[in-house]
Design a protein. Structure first.
Length: 349
């Protein structure tokens, strides 16, 4: 296998992986190890080409530095991507090749599941490296992080409601959820149980029908869910959903969801703020999943208590960010990035 180091100024270490025997082409990016070993998931997607995959891994690994710092974890930011359709090209040999590449980094990068990966895939990777989390089995195995991610997003929605309306009661509130996957479904269940009315959209019609049956959800067009008449818009599907086209159409007072990299460009956060829409920064709102994974990486003996404490602290961080943004009359994303920079500077001092 060829592991080639690329010299990229913005990141500590970046590697191109190529293993013709298993068909692996991919990248591992370590953005920062300032707070601890870099941690972030492994994503497999049919990227158009290597440049698209490289752009994604650089952006996502930077996002993990922000997310891990915001969650108060002693972890840095990293990510890995594989080029290819997981349904067609994912094989044990390919996963093992990734495992060997991760092991070669001697613990400076920890991988876990992300899009296109499962806990079973992590078990295959674990045959080649110790530096993998998101395992279902074993003493510290943390399994699927999605329920904890959904809990964190639910908390973020309530905190944003409190900041915007002075009360966090969900009874009678309307939440538009984009994406009914692992996180979206868990989030809908929590919102429904708390008395919220749901509007949903998903490209998979089976998931939409299920949401109607389970929670009496109203259905929106996939391309229009962001414009639904709702109190909260919760993006739980794809990145870049808040962009030049959609931001002017958002009708909700609050945007808070699980999707990574919701903002297509930094200017979209400013545009939301100018429109008076409260945006709960994604890398704070969706930190529950990495908290769950971190308990495994850090081998926490009492995982449940540790995760619950970290989730509560994450929620307090969100509350402080939203309050500070309101006091300074700036968008919360800008404040969240400053909070992370302050934490990293304090750690370096
Ligand atoms: P998932 O793949 O299980 O679900 C995504 C859902 O979105 C699927 O049902 C899919 O059909 C739907 N979808 C795709 N494109 C769509 C579109 N254009 N419009 C509407 N629906 C669409 O993924 P997930 O694990 O639920 O994660 C959702 C998002 O949250 C992703 O952006 C992910 O990166 C992010 N995230 C997830 C976790 C986690 O713990 N799973 C943690 C942090 C962040």
């Amino acid at each position: 296998m060829q592991i080639t180091r690329l010299d990229i100024d913005s990141h500590e270490e970046v590697y191109r992986l190529r293993d013709p025997n298993s068909g692996l082409t991919g990248f591992i990016a370590i953005h920062s190890t300032q707070l601890g070993p870099a941690a972030g998931g492994l994503r497999m997607r049919p990227y158009e080409d290597e440049s698209e995959a490289l752009r994604d891994v650089l952006r996502l690994s930077h996002g993990m530095t922000l997310k891990n710092a915001a969650a108060g974890l002693p972890l840095g930011g990293g990510k890995a991507v594989i080029i290819g359709d997981p349904a067609a090209r994912k094989t044990p040999a390919l996963l093992q090749a990734v495992g060997r590449a991760v092991e070669s980094l001697e613990g400076r990068y920890w991988t876990a599941e992300d899009m296109g990966m499962t806990t079973a895939d992590m078990a295959v990777i674990a045959t080649e490296t110790r530096h993998v989390a998101g395992l279902a089995e074993g003493l510290h195995g943390s399994g699927d992080p999605s329920p904890v991610t959904a809990r964190g997003v639910f908390n973020a929605i309530r905190t944003a409601l409190r900041q915007r309306f002075g009360a966090d009661d969900l009874a009678g509130r309307v939440v538009a959820v984009q994406g009914l996957g692992n996180v979206g479904r868990n989030l809908c269940a929590l919102l429904h149980a708390a008395g919220a009315r749901l509007i949903v959209a998903d490209v998979d019609p089976v998931r939409v029908v299920q949401a109607v049956e389970d929670w009496g959800a109203e259905v929106a067009e996939v391309a229009r869910i962001h414009a639904s008449s709702a109190d909260v818009f919760a993006p739980c599907a794809i990145g870049g959903i808040l962009n030049e086209r959609t931001v002017p159409e958002v009708a909700a007072a609050i945007v808070a969801g699980a999707a990574n990299n919701q903002l297509a460009a930094p200017g979209d956060a400013v545009a939301l703020h100018r429109r008076g829409i409260l945006y709960a920064p994604d890398f704070v709102a969706n930190g529950g999943g990495i908290i769950n994974v971190a308990a495994e990486i850090l081998r926490c003996p009492d995982r449940e208590t540790w995760v619950a404490e970290k989730l509560a602290r994450l929620d307090a961080t969100m509350g402080a960010i939203l309050a500070r943004a309101a006091a300074e009359n700036v968008g919360p994303n800008e404040v969240a990035e400053r909070v992370v920079a302050e934490r990293m500077a304090a750690q370096a001092a």
